[in-house]
Design a protein around this ligand. Structure first.
Ligand code: NAD
Length: 478
């Protein structure tokens, strides 16, 4: 079994240590598994300078050559899948099988955007004879990107893929709790021949790094995935410099279960999917609104499957759910459960931290949760499901829309008219019917309302990293 990687910053094509290094913990054991160098201002300034140089080279590199570097890096990451997955499980806690899938998903993001690099077509606009209007897409410049800890590899891959495919340079600050995924991305791209400065990887104090980078004129896009609160702060900062942002923020996904659906299948898939990544997914299904005629049967089956989830160290065979990723999460979840209980919710299963070593939390199902409970508005970001009855589909849609978030939403029905109504009226960037899969590399992913703006993936994703230039060319002087 591979060991955890030696952690570094990656600046100007070189690996770098710093005097200030901090521990990285395994959330299943709370033991130190590595030490992470934290960047100083001078490291950030070096990254900015090398990003400028990298951009000058990379923006002039043919799209097909950019694509080849991305494809080569993805192939290397596929070869290194086991080594990377083991490191992700060690730092994040998720079961090894889920970490392996995450590595593949990260590769797919690189592969998809490699294809998109060669398809950033412009337009020719018909006009008066003798005049041509041509629309070009050009890389926006240096990107400052911030990725979170819930998917240590696939989250940074999304941003790195978009930036590199489009011809940008990118300074990535990945999550300090889970640095190995991003480190492996940098390693693979370096080995694949990415020129120095096109990608820099830094770690440190998130607030200090974002504050310093976003204030620099050469940073032309701020891309962030994380909480709405931090996203709002970074957007405000960027707006002072008129810097555009790409914001993938919180969700609080509703699941509407209609009376005509297959109850067994919907309850089973709901409970399994809820516990994936210990619920630490921005698209995690959380607010289950179930038609009152099937409510009790659905809740019972859901609870049975949820409480049977095998919880343990992600490296152990058969484990379905690991610990939460950091110490903040069990505390936050316990507080939400306690508040819901006080408001009158019924805790059908779970609700407590497991043991005293590691950040384990029980799979938790709350039913009949009143709207006054905090958890009805706040994203739990953990293995917690809410199941409430609804009188009709319209009632379910109204409740689905009754939060400030609009990232992913789900519906279960066999009726075409119900499916259409949900697709039309639910306020979310992604609506899925009869599946709890919200996004793939080839589909545009992002939110509405407080879930942010901009899209990652699909043919839309790469355009965030590009500007539109209109060229007017008159064949004679007018
Ligand atoms: P948090 O709000 O402190 O941090 C969220 C992420 O933003 C982390 O990766 C953190 O390193 C980063 N961050 C924090 N302050 C920053 C700053 N000033 N500049 C740049 N980056 C900064 O909270 P947390 O305890 O890590 O997570 C709590 C909540 O965040 C969760 O409940 C969830 O709602 C949200 N979250 C969402 C996602 C997602 O995929 N959308 C991922 C992780 C966390």
């Amino acid at each position: 079994m591979s060991t955890y990687p030696d952690l570094h910053l990656f600046i100007n094509g070189e690996w770098r240590k710093t005097v200030d290094d901090r521990p990285v913990l395994n959330p299943a054991t709370e033991k130190e598994i590595g030490r992470l160098p934290h960047a100083e201002k001078s490291d950030l300034d070096d990254a900015l300078e090398s990003a400028e140089k990298g951009f000058r080279v990379w923006s002039k590199t043919a799209p097909v050559e950019r694509a080849n570097v991305l494809l080569k890096a993805a192939a290397l990451m596929r070869e290194r899948q086991e080594e990377i997955a083991t490191a992700i499980t060690a730092e994040h806690g998720k079961p090894l099988g889920q970490a392996r899938l995450e590595v593949i998903r990260g590769c797919e993001f690189l592969e998809w955007d490699a294809g998109e690099a060669t398809r950033t077509y412009g337009r020719v606009i018909p006009s008066a004879p003798g005049v041509r209007y041509v629309v070009h897409h050009q890389p926006i410049g240096t990107v400052a990107a911030f990725s979170p800890w819930n998917f240590p590899m696939s989250q940074p891959c999304r941003k790195v893929a978009g930036a590199i495919a489009s011809g940008c340079s990118i300074i990535l600050k990945a999550a300090e709790e889970t640095p190995a995924g991003a480190l492996h991305i940098a390693r693979a791209l370096h080995d694949a021949g990415l020129p120095p400065g096109v990608l820099s990887l830094v770690f440190g104090s998130p607030a200090e790094i974002s504050d310093h980078l976003i204030r620099q004129d050469q940073v032309r896009l701020v891309a962030f995935t994380g909480s709405t609160e931090v996203g709002r702060h970074l957007t405000t900062l960027a707006s002072e410099h008129m810097t555009p942002v790409l914001m993938e923020l919180g969700g609080h996904a509703p699941v509407i279960v209609c009376e005509d659906t297959d109850i067994d299948a919907a309850a089973n898939t709901g409970a399994i999917r809820k516990m994936r990544n210990a619920g630490q997914v921005c698209t995690s299904p959380t607010r289950f609104f179930v038609h009152e005629s099937i409510f009790e049967e659905y809740a019972e089956k859901f609870v049975r499957r949820a409480s049977a989830t095998i919880v343990g160290n992600g490296l152990d065979p058969g484990v379905e759910m690991g610990p939460l990723a950091n110490e903040r999460r069990p505390e936050a979840l316990a507080a939400l459960v306690e508040d819901a209980r006080k408001c009158g919710a019924e805790v059908r299963t779970g609700g407590n931290r497991i043991g005293s070593r590691g950040y384990f939390f029980e799979p938790t199902v709350l039913v009949n949760v009143p709207d006054s409970a905090r958890v009805m508005q706040e994203e739990p970001f953990g293995p917690l499901a809410i199941i409430n009855p609804i009188a009709s589909l319209d009632d379910g849609i109204a409740r689905a829309n009754a939060v400030p978030f609009g990232l992913a939403a789900y519906g279960f029905t066999n009726r075409a008219d119900y499916a259409d109504r949900m697709a039309e009226r639910i306020e979310a960037g992604n609506v899925s019917i009869n599946t709890l899969e919200a996004s793939l590399p080839e589909t545009p992913f992002g939110g509405v309302k407080s879930s942010g703006y901009g899209r990652e993936g699909g043919s839309e994703g790469i355009l965030n990293y590009m500007t539109v230039k209109n060229i007017s060319h008159s064949l004679s002087i007018t």
